[in-house]
Write a protein that binds this ligand. Structure first.
Ligand SMILES: NC(=O)c1ccc[n+]([C@@H]2O[C@H](COP(=O)([O-])OP(=O)(O)OC[C@H]3O[C@@H](n4cnc5c(N)ncnc54)[C@H](O)[C@@H]3O)[C@@H](O)[C@H]2O)c1
Ligand SMILES: O=C(O)C[C@H](O)C(=O)O
Length: 336
């Protein structure tokens, strides 16, 4: 076991996703059974008691990998020495609200947290933003951390990726673990583009399997456009409607998947993550947009050289246009 614990700062740790995350992290599900962890829980004053309660329960769980738990209501102290930042703390949306509506309400959280990361986090800090609107919140945080390489700031689209896998596995009546090379492009919002064009299932091309399942390529495309893409893209709203509040356990599981693969690598091929664009696939440089990514030596790399047909190009462009609008909006609000 590594003797020096990895310091992980979790914001919004007293909230729903925080509660679902903490115990899995402390059990070793995120960084593996050899890595001990130190947890810094950041909350606003009203959330501190809930975070303290979670800390008591962590102690009561006697996780051998858990070295320390501290609760803070001050970002500078919470991010001091952090190797990983899981930026969850933000107001979730409720029924009828789009994620973009949260820009003004939540955007103000991420500038000060970016500054705290810039000032005091460890040199190897890696950040994943979960709080919505996640992509643009990551952009804000990165903009306030000029000394941290931009590629260390990411936003979560792994939940969308996992949702796409779940829907495909059901449609094809195959185990979800057989699926590879599915991509979420763009924003973690209803404009995202879940793309199966390069997907495989146990090595067979997904488009051919869908054509066989639905009675031809045209019928398969109809299913993709009318059922699959909107179901995945609007799954967050579906969960809110059915559960009465936004997704929690699946969001925590996706966060664990994102960080685990970022740190340990992606031996099974690519996954999806929102990373700072380097201009690949025509996505303007600097936007935090979801791409097909592999993790190599602890860094996300955008998978290059994929054929993107006209349909995909249009869908990606629509989601990227929304990200540009969000960037303009936060500029207008003085957040970047
Ligand atoms: N990216 C995704 O895939 C995804 C999935 C699900 C939920 N979310 C988002 O995650 C966020 C959290 O969801 P939740 O269900 O845990 O909400 P929640 O309301 O249960 O918890 C949020 C917590 O954040 C805390 N908080 C607010 N401002 C803070 C700040 N400045 N610093 C530290 N903590 C702060 C609150 O006190 C609260 O305890 C929401 O924005 C939600 O929309 C994202
Ligand atoms: O949809 C939401 O508001 C919550 C979250 O982003 C989700 O995708 O479940």
């Amino acid at each position: 076991m590594s003797r020096t614990p990895v310091t992980i700062t979790i914001t919004g740790a007293g909230g729903q996703i925080g509660y679902a995350l903490l115990f899995r992290i402390a059990s070793g599900a995120m960084l593996g059974p050899e890595t001990s962890v130190r947890l810094n829980l950041l909350e606003i004053p009203q959330g501190v008691r809930a975070a303290e309660g979670a800390a008591l329960e962590l102690q009561d769980s006697a996780f051998p990998l858990l070295s320390h738990v501290d609760v803070y209501d001050d970002a500078a102290r919470a991010f001091s020495g952090a190797n990983l930042g899981l930026l969850v703390g933000a107001r979730p949306r409720t029924a009828g609200v789009e994620r973009g509506d949260l820009l003004a309400a939540n955007g103000g959280i991420f500038g000060p947290q970016g500054e705290a990361i810039n000032a005091g986090a460890a040199d190897d800090i890696r950040v994943v933003v979960v709080g919505n609107p996640a992509n643009t919140n990551a952009l804000i945080a990165a903009a306030h951390a000029p000394d941290v390489p931009a590629e260390r700031f990411t936003a979560l689209t792994r939940l969308d990726h996992n949702r796409a896998l779940g829907q495909l596995a059901e449609a094809l009546e195959i185990p979800v673990g057989e699926l590879r090379q599915v991509t979420i492009w763009g924003n973690h919002s209803a404009t995202q583009f879940p793309d199966v064009a390069h997907g495989t299932a146990a090595g067979d091309p997904v488009p051919a399997l869908l054509a066989a399942r639905f009675g031809g390529p045209d019928a398969a495309q109809e299913w993709l456009v009318d059922e699959f893409i909107p179901r995945v893209a609007k799954r967050g709203a579906e969960i809110i409607e059915v559960r009465g509040s936004s997704s929690v356990a699946s969001a925590a599981a996706a966060t664990i998947d994102h960080v685990r693969d970022w740190v340990a690598g992606t031996p099974d091929g690519w996954t999806s993550a929102a990373v700072v664009s380097d201009g690949s696939y025509g996505v303007p440089e600097g936007l935090v947009s979801s791409f097909p990514v592999e993790s190599v030596d602890g860094a996300w790399r955008i998978v290059q050289g994929l054929d993107v047909d006209d349909f995909a190009r249009q869908r990606i462009a629509a989601s990227v246009a929304e990200l540009e609008d969000e960037r303009e909006a936060v500029r207008g609000l003085g957040l970047i």
